[in-house]
Design a protein around this ligand. Structure first.
Ligand code: SAH
Ligand code: SF4
Ligand code: F3S
Length: 471
């Protein structure tokens, strides 16, 4: 193998893309590629793109414009730089990228990352290469197991893909088209990944999937396991202090998942459960297949078994035909649930989705105005939620040194960043912290007990000492 080649990868969009980026790095490592943070220095640049909203997709072309300059500069210095476009824009508009952007050497869809080395070779011999097929073979077959060195570099919290794709076909959404039908990985493979991660110091696992609670993987007993059963199995793995999962769909919350929240102290009481709208008419037009009351009932089931549970959500404002009354129903739902945080987006028509053919009745001004009103409400709930932590002692999983010298930062059960002055030895431990103040979105506090006296039994620590904002 020659001298190492440098790989720069830039990801947009969801956690699945973050995870895939790591797998692409692992796939290219045997080819002699090492990661670089410096794009000018790279031999290969991969844009790992997102197609979810127009703004996200459009970024690709402006980024490619900038990369053309960088690539030309490299060529002037006698260095060949290759540009690859991966992710959901590659899947959705691969041909258009090839047509519009001559700077691109390789276009690779999310189902084909295992072919990256061959695609690069093909680009070298034939000029350019495109692969966006949905292979019929096991679409997880390509994923190389995480490499120990890579894991160490990546810290104590890791994502593990358990399911990919979506069969829900919400009328606004591209995901079923870019990620294909829903597929779950077998339990044994996930357990292997998590064992390896735990061996390398990972303490927190977030199971990810476009529709993670639709998980139905083959269990070691030959039966199909739901997400609740998988979580129960993973909770037994020594060293794993915390489990999370994302993103879940309200329709797929089954009793095993509720029971897992009841029984597993390591399963964090924080659930991202997107609802999109509070209006039944809009929910029907979105093909969400649940009403606002169905959603409230799901929330109640979680709260019945875990009173400290908190929720976040996604919302779309300005879906075609959304009236002021529909929007008020969304605000009412938000007030009623009380979120720890939420993302809200202006509706963006996506080519090929059913909603893109609907007549748009919501003006840009109305959309802007609704977005502001919704975000103000969500922000006030989030601030209240964060402020409620002040004075409490909460468990924090410490992740890394903070920017301020001497400070270590970790996260609470609700993913709030929490800073303390302490020795770096506490990184990787779950320790109780008494929260003194709130600075923007970060909590500041002090270790409630000396680290040394807690270090021996940190794996026993649970995260049940939290309070949550009143429902
Ligand atoms: N699988 C997840 C969401 C994936 S996309 C779920 O079902 O909830 C993440 C979020 O982007 C969605 O929850 C939705 O709020 C938003 N989104 C998706 N398509 C959109 C569009 N066309 N316009 C605006 N927001 C959109
Ligand atoms: Fe998109 Fe709906 Fe599937 Fe979520 S459930 S990924 S919003 S189609
Ligand atoms: Fe974006 Fe694709 Fe994820 S469209 S949100 S990168 S699944």
């Amino acid at each position: 193998m020659g001298p190492p080649r440098k790989l720069h990868i830039k990801s947009y969009g969801c956690q699945m893309n973050v995870y895939d980026a790591q797998r692409m790095v692992d796939t290219l490592a045997p080819e002699g590629f090492v990661e670089t943070a410096d794009v000018d220095d790279a031999d290969l640049v991969i844009l790992n793109t997102c197609h979810i909203r127009e703004k996200a997709s459009e970024k690709v072309y402006s980024e490619l414009g900038r990369l053309r300059v960088v690539k030309d500069e490299a060529a002037r210095n006698g260095r060949q730089m290759n540009i690859a476009v991966a992710g959901c824009v590659a899947q959705a508009e691969g041909d258009e990228i090839i047509r519009r952007a001559p700077v691109v050497d390789v276009v690779v869809g999310p189902q084909s990352y295992h072919h990256l080395p061959q695609l690069l070779a093909r680009a070298k011999s034939h000029g350019r290469a495109l692969e966006t097929e949905f292979p019929v073979e096991d679409k997880f077959g390509f994923l190389p197991p995480p490499k120990p060195d890579a894991i160490r570099a990546r810290g104590i919290s890791a994502f593990v893909t358990v399911q990919e794709g979506c069969d829900k076909f919400c009328t606004f959404c591209v995901v079923p088209y870019t990620r294909g039908t829903e597929v779950s990985r077998p339990v044994a493979k996930i357990v292997d990944d998590v064992l390896r991660l735990a061996d390398n110091g990972v303490r927190e696992i977030t199971l990810i999937g476009q529709n993670v609670n639709a998980y139905h993987g083959e269990g070691p007993d030959g039966r199909t396991w739901p997400l609740g059963a998988l979580l129960r199995r993973l909770a037994e793995i020594p060293g794993i202090a915390r489990l999370r999962y994302s993103t879940s769909h309200p329709r797929d919350v089954d009793d095993t998942l509720i029971a897992a929240h009841r029984d597993l102290p390591g399963l964090m009481p924080f659930v991202h459960l997107p609802v999109q709208s509070g209006s039944d008419r809009i929910l029907a037009a979105m093909n969400r297949k649940h009403t606002a009351d169905d959603y409230r009932a799901v929330i109640d089931r979680f709260r019945a078994v875990r009173q400290d549970i908190a929720f976040s959500s996604d919302f779309i404002v300005g879906f075609p035909t959304e009236t002021e009354e529909d929007f008020s129903a969304t605000l009412a739902l938000v007030r009623q649930i009380g979120y720890a945080g939420a993302y809200s987006f202006k509706y963006s028509p996506r080519p090929g989705t059913p909603a893109a053919d609907m007549r748009e009745t919501v003006s840009a001004t109305e959309m802007d105005e609704r977005l502001v009103r919704l975000q103000e409400l969500i922000d006030s709930q989030q601030s209240a939620f964060n402020a409620a932590a002040i004075g409490n002692t909460v468990d924090v999983l410490f992740e890394r040194a903070a920017r301020n010298p001497g400070q270590i930062v970790g996260r609470t059960a609700y993913l709030q960043p929490a800073h303390v002055m302490a020795s770096p030895d506490i990184i990787g431990q779950v320790l109780p912290v008494t929260i003194a103040s709130l600075e923007r979105y970060s909590l500041l506090g002090e270790l409630a007990a000396p680290a040394s006296s807690r270090a021996a039994d940190f794996s026993q620590t649970t995260d049940s000492s939290q309070t949550t904002m009143g429902a």
